[in-house]
Design a protein. Structure first.
Length: 455
């Protein structure tokens, strides 16, 4: 609509000028080289307009002919880039679809059409990996290191290859090299924390972890848990080197950072016992027991009061249980102490309550020990052990990555090497059934083993 109005306006202007010239005739005479040209003023204006139009057309034609070679070359380059990008896109789609043959063909075609190594080399490397040619992929990734704009992509490719091959030493070196190029890359920081922890470089892992939390690669809650695990490993390392003060400081920092974290509280309590500060150790366990009653805390508490006589130990465990009176671990801890003090009635009462809350292999084993200790009744003990064979498995430190149970907490899984993946939970059913078979097939000779496990 606007264009139509503008066109009509221009036509009206031209008509108005033509009418104005017709109504005002004039005479123009041109003398040049002995020639005399006479015409009206309106005709002269028309001739000039036609001449200017012809000149403009000739100029544009000349310019088009003059720039034709460069325009043709530019058009050819544009078409070539379009074909190259189409090949690149088809190659990426083929990689995503798992079509190795098409991916490699498109990679070669894109490389011939495009002069953009960051894209074509990456596609070539990915297509080689898809075809199972890791050596060719490594060559492409290594070649990418020679260009600043592709160095990070090359390092990432080589890093992934090293991780798949299980070469953690090479992976750690590549990750640190990549961090120098892109220091705040979230996925890289998370990977680097894991690699440094697996390498036992606890201090470096702690520093990288703090940076990972800052950039959002690790959530604050996960960061606190992982840092507590790192601090505990630093505590163990310091103790091995004879630096007891540092060991105590790291364990204390872990316990303060994550209250209720059983490995930290138990570790700190044992270090305090070692230093002769048993009262302080008892308070550490009591504070942790309020939040998370646990068999390892009970073991640490037993070490702290080891110098007490059996009756005094039983009273101390009653005090500990008062911080979580309805928890199954409280009843088991008091029952264990009562049995040591030969308080059979109290032990039976707490084991009965534990049975009502959460029947488990450990509860039945302690009931079997109670029958032997109080009455010397092997037959009744074997009855309890038969029930223990089919009872729910006792929880253990179990890796959530591979499912392997560990004898004790550690920052690294002893099976798969994963960092900070041990959780207190029941192990797999197969492991429990295997343990149950040993219990069922044994007689009195197996009883001490089962009882020792219950302790």
């Amino acid at each position: 609509m606007i264009r139509t109005i503008w066109f009509l306006a221009k036509v009206a202007i031209v008509v108005a000028i033509a009418i104005w010239l017709v109504e005002r005739p004039g005479h123009v005479s041109v003398v040049w080289q002995g020639y005399v040209v006479e015409t009206s003023f309106a005709m002269m204006v028309l001739i000039l307009a036609v001449a200017l139009g012809a000149a403009a057309v000739l100029y544009r034609l000349f310019r088009a002919l003059w720039t034709a070679p460069s325009d043709i070359a530019r058009y050819s380059r544009r078409r070539k880039r379009e074909r190259g990008y189409r090949a690149l896109t088809r190659g990426m789609v083929a990689v995503a679809a798992g079509d190795a043959g098409t991916a490699r063909r498109m990679a070669r075609k894109a490389d011939g059409l495009l002069d953009e190594p960051p894209l074509t080399m990456l596609l070539q490397a990915q297509s080689a990996q898809l075809a199972g040619d890791e050596d060719a992929a490594r060559r492409y990734f290594t070649a990418m290191l020679e260009r600043p704009e592709t160095a990070f992509l090359g390092l990432r490719g080589l890093l992934n290859q090293a991780l798949r091959a299980g070469d953690r030493v090479e992976a750690l070196a590549l990750a640190r090299r990549a961090q120098r190029i892109q220091p705040d890359t979230p996925w890289l920081l998370a990977t680097l924390v894991d690699l440094e922890a697996r390498a036992g470089d606890w201090a470096a892992a702690e520093s990288t972890l703090q940076q990972a939390v800052q950039v959002g690669a690790v959530t604050p809650e996960e960061g606190r848990h992982r840092r507590a695990a790192l601090l505990l490993e630093r505590s163990y390392e310091a103790e091995r080197r004879g630096r007891d003060d540092a060991a105590d400081g790291h364990a204390r920092a872990a316990n303060d950072l994550l209250p209720g974290f059983v490995p930290a509280a138990a570790r700190l309590a044992r270090l305090l016992v070692k230093a002769g500060r048993t009262r302080k150790a008892m308070k550490v366990v009591q504070r942790a027991w309020r939040q998370n009653p646990h068999t390892e805390l009970a073991d640490a508490y037993r070490e702290a009061i080891g110098a007490y006589d059996p009756l005094a130990r039983a009273k101390q465990f009653q005090k500990l249980a008062s911080y979580a009176p309805n928890h199954v671990e409280s009843h088991l801890a008091v029952a264990r102490a009562a049995m040591d003090a030969k308080l059979w009635g109290e032990a039976r009462s707490h084991l009965t309550k534990a049975m009502e809350i959460e029947p488990s292999h450990r509860v039945y084993a302690l009931l079997a020990e109670l029958e032997r200790g109080e009455h010397g009744n092997d037959e009744a003990a074997q009855t309890w052990l038969a029930q223990a064979a089919s009872a729910p498995a006792d929880p253990a430190w179990t890796c959530r990555a591979c499912g392997h149970p560990a004898h004790a907490w550690s920052g690294l899984c002893e099976s798969c090497g994963a960092f900070d993946t041990l959780e207190w939970k029941s192990p797999s059913l197969a492991l429990h059934l295997t343990a149950g078979e040993h219990t069922r097939t044994g007689a009195n000779t197996n009883l001490p083993t089962v009882i020792e496990a219950a302790r």
